[in-house]
Design a protein around this ligand. Structure first.
Ligand SMILES: [Zn+2]
Length: 214
C-alpha cells in the first residue's frame, strides 16, 4: 500500500475544472473535489460516503495528522459537531483509516446519487489516491445547546445527522443514550456555518456506499 503524503491531494487553487459534467452516466471520471458532496477543509477535499455517512473520502493519501484535521474540520464545519477525544478516535487513525486507490464513476440519472467509487488498481491511469476514513464509531458532541429527552429527561448534548425514527426524513436529531428516544433539537446550533450542506438532504447529494469489494 502506498503511503505517499498529503501533497498528492490537490489544494484549493490547484483544483482543475471537474470533468464530471462532461462525463457520460456510467462512465469513469476524475474527481476534482468540487463535485456534489465535497467540502474544502484546510485545502483538503472531503465528502461523506454511505447512506448513513459512516465514512469520509478525502482526495489524496493523507498523513495521520492531516486525516485527523480533515475529519475534525468536517465535523465542525459541516456537521456542527465536536469529536470527543475517546479511544474511538485513536482506533479511527489506527484501524479506520485506509489509504487506497479508487475509480470515480458518474451515476445514472435515475440513481439516488451523483457519483460512486469503485476499487481501482493503482496502475490504472485514471485511478485516484484517496483516504477513506471510518467515522461511524466516533463519540461526538454537538456544538448546539443540550436538550432533555422528552421521554426520560436524560440530557443529550449531541445530535446526529440521520434519518427520523420512521426512516423517512433526514435531519439533525438528538438520540437519548439512556432510552434511545430520538427528537429534534429545539434551537439551531449556533456554529453551523454550513448546515448540512454536503448531506444527503436531497437524493442527488446522497452518496452510495463506497468501494465495492473486488
Ligand atoms: Zn431518554
Amino acid at each position: 500500500m502506498t503511503t505517499a503524503d498529503y501533497p498528492e491531494a490537490p489544494g484549493p487553487r490547484a483544483i482543475p475544472e471537474t470533468d464530471f459534467i462532461d462525463t457520460a452516466p456510467g462512465r469513469p471520471f476524475t474527481l476534482a473535489g468540487t463535485e456534489s458532496g465535497f467540502s474544502q477543509l484546510h485545502g483538503i477535499s472531503v465528502a461523506p460516503l454511505g447512506e448513513e455517512n459512516d465514512r469520509l473520502v478525502a482526495l489524496g493519501h493523507l498523513t495521520d495528522r492531516v486525516a485527523l484535521a480533515a475529519t475534525s474540520g468536517y465535523h465542525r464545519r459541516v456537521l456542527g459537531e465536536r469529536i470527543m477525544p475517546t479511544s474511538e478516535l485513536t482506533d479511527m487513525i489506527r484501524f479506520g483509516t485506509q489509504r487506497t486507490h479508487v475509480q470515480a464513476v458518474k451515476a445514472k440519472p435515475d440513481d439516488d446519487y451523483a457519483w460512486y467509487l469503485d476499487d481501482a488498481d493503482p496502475s490504472n491511469t485514471t485511478a485516484q489516491a484517496v483516504t477513506l476514513i471510518s467515522i461511524e464509531w466516533l463519540e461526538r458532541e454537538d456544538l448546539a445547546a443540550p436538550s432533555a429527552c422528552p421521554s426520560c429527561t436524560w440530557l443529550s448534548r449531541s445530535v446526529r445527522f440521520t434519518t427520523s425514527p420512521d426512516h423517512t426524513e433526514w435531519a439533525f436529531y438528538h438520540r437519548c443514550r439512556y432510552c434511545a428516544h430520538m427528537w429534534l433539537p429545539t434551537a439551531p446550533a449556533p456554529h453551523h456555518t454550513q448546515p448540512a450542506l454536503s448531506q444527503p438532504s436531497t437524493p442527488e447529494l446522497e452518496m452510495p456506499s463506497c468501494t465495492r469489494s473486488a
